[in-house]
Design a protein around this ligand. Structure first.
Ligand code: SF4
Length: 428
């Protein structure tokens, strides 16, 4: 067997892109810390920011009940912002306090924010200075999660990209799976790859510093998230090769992703079928349950997570939906090109945002389901439209076969709820 993914006569790779450069409504890159701190167990994320940044993290993470959370905010007070205090000295003191209290920390991320950027606090130099001081026990790395520079999934990209220059060199032929997946999902992927005989497989980010992967000319990279543009570029600079494939969302996306890896590592078709047959069937069955609700419905994506193009491919090809508009913050065809090939011509493909104009298009289209950020969801719901919060798609395990049904279910739920509400209103 080979995996033959039917490609539409005309896909969206060469479709005209509506480029928008207006006001945007997206969370900032600090949000990524919520899933990254869960993944990297000996890391700490120290946001150098304001009380607003601290509140964002606190509310995005929910009530922190851990005895020792793995992120915090070094708050820049007014005197720092006014240039009256030496922010570097205060930062060094904060770091010293933190590391003496928490010897378990092996990687410390200094995370830039809007305020640290406004006062031009050089966190790169601070990270170098602090690495010299605390090496080899602690490595200090900086990246920016500022809302001026990043949308919410770009925070993860910036974090992983910042880690790449410090990865050790290796000449080993290996697969590097890149993207922070929940442990259970990562284990499923590793198990499928291992059953096919693909080894060694390493992960970036690794759960612990002592498992940090190397990188070099014989490293083949399989991205698990479509928003890792900078990380991919940094890995290429280190000699790695990025596999071109759709992303592992849904049965079809997962199969195509695995098949690209399998071909690269010389797995024969019989082995591939033996390993994937049963989980593929389970995924198809699970998706079919949600497709009863999704089939024939239309969907409109506002630009948020950069998952929009792969998800539109999944919803249109596997769940029977029609995409009206697929908005995404950035389009890097080198990374999402295989997805655009599979997405049949038809929807408006838009890049960037001009929120008022996009709202007008959405209201005119009256889609059955709108995927958007929290700030837009409430007003649209009040206008009687069903919405899905884009941020849930990155907080929920949705990759690979065993999560394919849950992924479809995430989109089916608001439609069911809306149908229920209309039924109740009709009965009243
Ligand atoms: S980094 Fe900027 S956008 Fe993000 S919470 Fe802080 S101030 Fe707000």
């Amino acid at each position: 067997m080979t995996v033959d993914t039917p490609v539409p006569a005309r896909g969206c790779r060469d479709a005209a892109v509506l480029k928008e450069r207006g006001q945007r409504e997206v969370f900032c890159g600090l949000t990524g810390i919520i899933w990254l701190h869960r993944k990297m167990q000996d890391a700490f994320f120290l946001v150098v920011g304001s009380r607003t940044c601290a509140h964002l993290l606190q509310s995005a993470a929910g009530v922190m009940i851990f005895a020792e959370p793995r992120f915090g905010t070094a708050i820049l007070e007014e005197k720092d912002l006014a240039g009256l205090a030496c922010a570097n000295e205060e930062l060094d003191r904060e770091v010293e306090r933190l590391l003496s209290r928490r010897p378990d920390i092996r990687q410390l991320f200094l995370v830039g924010s809007c305020p640290s950027e406004v006062i031009k606090l050089d966190l790169h130099r601070a990270a170098e200075r602090l690495t010299r001081k605390y090496a080899p026990h602690v490595r200090v790395i900086n990246f920016s999660g500022s809302g001026i520079e990043t949308t919410f999934t770009e925070g993860e990209d910036a974090c992983l990209a910042a880690m790449v220059p410090a990865l050790p060199d290796t000449g080993e032929r290996q697969l590097l799976m890149v993207g922070a997946l929940p442990d259970v999902v990562e284990d499923q992927a590793l198990s499928l790859l291992s059953e096919m005989g693909i080894a060694p497989v390493r992960c970036l980010p690794a759960a612990r510093t002592d498992k940090t992967p190397g990188v070099g000319e014989n490293t083949v990279v399989a991205l698990t998230q479509p928003f890792l543009n900078e990380t991919a570029a940094h890995l290429e600079r280190r000699g790695a090769r990025i596999l071109s494939a759709p992303f592992p969302f849904g049965e079809e996306g997962t199969t195509a992703w695995l098949w690209a890896v399998a071909q690269e590592f010389g797995v024969d078709a019989e082995t591939f079928t033996r390993v994937t047959e049963a989980p593929r069937a389970r995924a198809r069955k699970a998706i079919a349950a949600a497709t009863e609700t999704l089939g024939g419905k239309s969907v409109f994506f506002f630009p948020d997570s950069q998952l929009e193009i792969p998800l539109a491919r999944f919803l249109t090809r596997e769940c029977g939906m029609t995409a009206v508009e697929v908005g995404t913050p950035f389009i890097n065809k080198r990374i999402v090109g295989p997805e655009l090939d599979l997405l049949a011509e038809g929807p408006v493909i838009s890049e960037g945002q001009d929120v008022d104009r996009q709202l007008d298009r959405c209201r005119a289209a009256r889609p059955d389901l709108t995927v958007c950020g929290l700030g837009l969801a409430n007003p649209l719901e009040a206008e009687g439209m069903a919405t899905k919060w884009a941020i849930e798609l990155v907080f929920t395990p949705v990759h690979f076969y065993e999560q394919a049904g849950d992924l479809a279910g995430l989109f089916a739920r608001p439609l069911r709820r809306r149908a229920l509400l209309s039924g109740l209103e009709g009965a009243a």
